[in-house]
Design a protein around this ligand. Structure first.
Ligand SMILES: Cc1ncc(COP(=O)(O)O)c(C=O)c1O
Length: 438
């Protein structure tokens, strides 16, 4: 162990002096000394025990169901042709020829077109790729918006979103050097379009990059895209949708219109510029990934600027993505989730999720009025309520947050009803709430 006394001893004998100038400590010189780095052995048995509790997971938006056997057969088939077996790489974009043949751009292109159709994009005008996560997809949307608006107006846009947006939006805003204009929320936690109008008027000289959330992280609010677009009519703007969780299931419900690219009433009216959806949330893809979808025309406009900083010679085309090397295995694997059978299963899951959320809300409100349970809209699979107590929070891995509601700040927890949640689990949860309350 490198104790304080020993540390001072090294310092006195000049070992640390030699390592000055911010160079790391020279461990060569310490060999034979009593340096102990505590490393605990990862244990597979422990992992197995934790995995057995996966169906009790109620607090975060992750589908804990294991994909069907066919998915694992598909994985094997992919491996048998080298995908996942050696260094495949999806550098570049799936819509252009790549000089590196060891890629899965064809699977990636096809799955983007299939999901694009689900979100109402015209097949002739769809562009996108499979990103590393919802956050990565948001980053690409915000970067495209920033680039396009700067090139159209010569001004860096202001970035508009609400305090209910996911924390990653603030990180991305910092990375992109944008100034935030926080928009107030309505009582259902969604963006207030009237406040957006007021805030736009406060910043008349800048274009607007708006991030609307379809399913906010803690409360499940849905920002009103059509009213936001109306408020933006007079302003140069780019609207990105963060539909990390709800974007997975809404297309199969009466809320489909919330994530549609074009207005169902007026198919000529475009509702947003790009959309981000996480693959590991509703879909239950077993590792983090994200859909990023926009139009070919938005991409071309972005790429005109982007290609000024990138010489296409090296990989044969302008990559169009922030990250250079990209995972080739995930698009080939996630392709499975775009098959008609998988989409049909997603539709069933979507109905089950809303059905179980209705049931849970009804039970919470009738049996536990003191918990003050809230579901801010009928399309949400998220219910938040007063923190029921530490052991319940721990058993079900509930996320907790301090919220100010009706002027009172209290500790709340939420349940996110995902496809693995069934009546049996909810009954156990409600029984535990009974016990915690007594
Ligand atoms: C609304 C919202 N956006 C973005 C994210 C981040 O998504 P990811 O974990 O795929 O990066 C989350 C995660 O919970 C979220 O709820």
């Amino acid at each position: 162990m490198l104790t304080r006394r020993r540390f001072l001893g090294y310092s006195a004998t000049g070992i640390l002096t030699a390592a000055s100038g911010c160079r790391p400590l020279d461990f060569e010189q310490l060999s034979g000394q009593d340096v102990h780095v505590p490393v605990s052995q990862p244990s597979l048995r422990e992992k197995g025990e934790i995995a057995r509790r996966k169906h009790q997971f109620l607090g975060y938006p992750v589908n804990m169901n294991t994909p069907p056997d066919e998915f694992f057969l598909w994985r094997q088939q992919l491996r048998s042709v080298g995908i996942g077996d050696f260094a495949y790489n999806n550098v570049g974009i799936p819509f252009k020829h790549s000089p590196i043949p060891f890629n899965t751009h064809d699977f990636e292109r096809e799955l983007i077109l299939r999901f694009g159709e689900i979100y109402g994009f015209s097949p002739a005008d769809t562009w996108g790729f499979l990103s590393h996560s919802g956050t990565d997809s948001n980053m690409h949307g915000m970067y495209m918006g920033r680039t396009i608006l700067k090139s159209r107006t010569g001004e860096v846009p202001k970035c508009y979103f609400t305090k209910e947006a996911h924390y990653s939006i603030q990180i991305l805003r910092d990375l992109l050097g944008l100034e935030t204009v926080y928009v107030d929320t309505l009582p259902d936690a969604s963006m207030d379009p009237e406040d957006l109008r007021r805030k736009l008027a406060d910043h008349p000289d800048h274009p607007a990059l708006v991030v609307a959330t379809i399913g906010t992280t803690f409360k499940g609010a849905i920002d009103p895209v059509d009213r936001i677009q109306k408020a933006l009519q007079e302003r140069e703007s780019y609207l990105h949708l963060d539909a990390a969780l709800f974007g997975g299931y809404l297309p199969h419900t009466s809320g489909r219109g919330e994530v549609l690219h074009v207005s169902p009433q007026d198919p000529g009216r475009i509702r947003y510029d790009s959309i981000a959806v996480s693959c590991h949330k509703f879909f239950g893809f077993p590792s983090p990934a994200g859909l990023f979808i926009t139009t070919q025309s938005i991409f071309e406009e972005f790429n005109q600027q982007y290609s000024r900083i990138h010489d296409p010679e090296y990989i044969g085309h302008v990559p169009g993505t922030i990250t250079c090397s990209r995972d080739a295995v995930k698009p080939a694997e996630f392709y499975f989730f775009s098959s008609p059978e998988s989409i049909a299963r997603q539709a069933e899951d979507a109905h089950a999720v809303l059905y179980h959320t209705d049931y849970l809300l009804d039970q919470l409100q009738s049996r536990f009025p003191d918990l003050h349970s809230h579901r801010v809209n009928d399309l949400s699979n998220t219910i938040f309520f007063k923190n029921p107590g530490q052991w319940v929070v721990e058993k079900y891995s509930l996320a907790t947050m301090h919220l100010e509601i009706d002027g009172v700040t209290q500790d709340y927890a939420h349940v996110v009803v995902m496809p693995h949640v069934d009546r049996k689990l909810l009954t156990e949860f409600l029984t535990d709430l009974d016990q915690a309350a007594s």
